[in-house]
Design a protein around this ligand. Structure first.
Ligand code: DX5
Ligand code: ZN
Length: 214
């Protein structure tokens, strides 16, 4: 189980310290939500901010792009320090080319699907992916409620990965806490993103530990 706290729920005026605190809390990755105001109705941050954060931690950067035609910006995010680059199947006119671009830039590719997108959209690419992100809320905002109806998709993707004997990870993102994490893990998720649950916790270390043991 890998825990990837989403900095969307952190204090943006002290991002460096916030990231340090989740590293000390035992998280394995840092989840960075990039939104363009077009693919989703919200704008967050871009490559220049990521570049500044790179020196503040040794944790790998798990960059979740919620932007239209992400292929245009892969080189930017790779050179800023992204380790995993996730983009949305719905936002890309050429998913295979985008995956290849991420790989040639030296990063690990992942494809995300919104709650209404069927699981089999990612099947043609499974063999070349580091990870599939099954969104458990509508992308765009932190602090929303987990959608249990996405769980059959997690199961479907897990079954396909097992059938093909792949090592592809399944990440879930949105509304994750100790209760919903248990449900996602039971269905086959192995990387958990949590924003509010970790950053709003009184004790971030216990929150991370609790997620690891669900
Ligand atoms: C939503 C983002 C999530 C979000 C999760 O579009 O992709 O990463 O920050 O936040 P919580 O855990 O608060 O639902
Ligand atoms: Zn995210």
């Amino acid at each position: 189980m890998l825990i990837s706290p989403s900095i969307l729920a952190s204090d943006f005026s002290k991002l460096g310290e916030e990231i340090k605190s989740i590293e000390e809390a035992g998280a394995e990755l840092v989840h960075i939500d990039v939104m363009d105001g077009i693919f989703v109705p919200n704008i967050t941050l871009g490559a220049p901010v990521i570049r500044c954060l790179k020196g503040k931690t040794s944790l790998p950067f798990d960059v979740h792009l919620m932007i239209e035609e992400p292929i245009r910006y892969i080189d930017d995010f790779a050179s800023a320090g992204a380790d995993i680059i996730t983009f949305h199947a719905e936002a890309s006119t050429d998913v295979a080319a985008t995956i290849n671009k991420i790989k040639s830039a030296g990063c690990k590719p992942a494809v995300a699907i919104r709650p209404s997108t069927p699981a089999d959209v990612v099947f043609p690419y499974l063999d070349s992916l580091y990870m599939v992100l099954v969104m458990t809320v509508e992308p765009g905002f932190g602090g929303q409620s987990f959608m249990s109806e996405t769980m059959p998709k997690v199961k479907e993707v897990r079954e396909e990965i097992s059938k093909r004997k792949l090592k592809t990870h399944i990440q879930v993102d949105g509304g994750i806490d100790d209760r919903t994490a248990a449900e996602a893990v039971k269905n086959g998720a192995d990387i958990l993103v949590a924003g509010s649950y970790i950053f709003k916790a009184d004790d971030r270390k216990s929150a991370v530990e609790l997620l690891k043991t669900v």
